[in-house]
Structure formats: C-alpha cells, structure tokens
Design a protein around this ligand. Structure first.
Ligand code: PRP
Length: 171
C-alpha cells in the first residue's frame, strides 16, 4: 500500500493547531486543565497542541483501541491504559486524532465522566461525521474530512504510517 494523495499538509495541520491552541487558551487560561491524550493515534496532535497552550496545565494519557487490525472497527473498545491523575473536580480536555464511528470516544468519555470531572470536552484533529455510529460530537474540531481511510500524523494502517508528518489517503 502506498499514499495515493495528501489530504492535509504539514503546514495546514500546524496552522490549524495554532488556531485550536488560541481557542483553548481563551477558554482554559485560568483553569489549569488536564489534557488527556488517547493513545496511540493522538501522540503527535497531543504534543503539538499542548505546545500551543502557554498556560498552566497537566498531561495524562488513556489507552483505548478498537481497530485491532486493518481498516474495520471491531465495534468493541478496549481500555489498554488507565489515567494516572485524579480528575475529580478538574477541567479535562480529551485530545484525540480522529472521531470516526465515535465508539472509541463515547467509551472514553463515559469512562472519564464516572470520575466526576468539573468539565469534560473533546478536542479532535479530524472529524469524519459520515461514519458516526455513536452519539457523540467534539467541542473542538481541526478538520472535517470525507469518508476516506486516512493515515499519517499518528494514524496507522496495520501499525504503519504513523510517522508521516502529513495526513494522506491510502491507494
Ligand atoms: C483509532 C483512532 C481513534 C479511533 C477512532 O484508534 O486513533 O482512537 O480509532 O475511531 P472510532 O471513532 O471509529 O472509534 P485505534 O483503535 O486504531 O488505536 P490506536 O490509536 O492505537 O491506533
């Protein structure tokens, strides 16, 4: 498999992340939020986004996976890593690479809500609304994209392509 075409260039991604960082700064400057990245696809988005947030904040990570291989979701989300922080009464921002069927983020959000944060919002780089199966929407969206299988910038196909600095569509 190879990349058929580039959907979002490195420059487009970084420019949009600066805008998202500014929007988050306006809302959370005084709130010392906890950014929770969803492993593993969100790694690059998490680091670039938080570098655009020049206020006090904390980091944590949660692991969830449903695409056990290939391009089809198993429909069953598995917690692969629990958060380490006590998020009760705190302002939490879930950082995720893509909202696709929504099954992963619905699971993660429900799981974190049980811990009674003061607020809980979702920030996703990519939103693919055509594929939605769960009742969930993001509060901050980088790009709304068409129903194509995308890789790069953290997103994989059979664990490969995560290290591309852009987002591409596979052949
Ligand atoms: C991918 C992606 C999101 C999720 C989105 O994760 O990183 O977490 O799928 O899909 P959904 O909205 O249809 O649930 P994956 O399960 O492939 O694990 P990974 O992050 O380790 O690649």
């Amino acid at each position: 498999m190879e990349i058929d075409r580039i959907l979002l260039t490195q420059e487009q991604i970084q420019s949009r992340i600066r805008e998202l960082g500014a929007a988050l700064s306006a809302e959370y400057a005084e709130k010392t939020p906890i950014f929770i990245g969803v492993l593993r696809g969100a790694v690059h988005f998490f680091t670039d986004l938080t570098l655009q947030f020049p206020h006090p904040c904390q980091y944590d990570f949660i692991g969830a996976a449903s695409y056990l291989d290939g391009t089809q979701t198993s429909g069953h989300v598995k917690l692969t890593k629990e958060v380490m922080s006590d998020i009760r009464g705190r302002h939490v921002i879930i950082v995720e690479d893509i909202l696709d069927t929504g099954l992963t983020l619905r699971f993660v959000k429900d799981h974190l809500l049980l811990m009674q944060p003061a607020s809980l919002k979702l920030c996703v780089l990519l939103d693919k609304p055509e594929r939605r199966r769960a009742d969930i929407a993001a509060d901050y969206v980088g790009f709304t994209i068409p129903n194509e299988f995308v890789v790069g910038y953290g997103l994989d196909y059979n664990e490969l392509y995560r290290n591309l600095p852009y987002i591409g569509i596979l052949k």
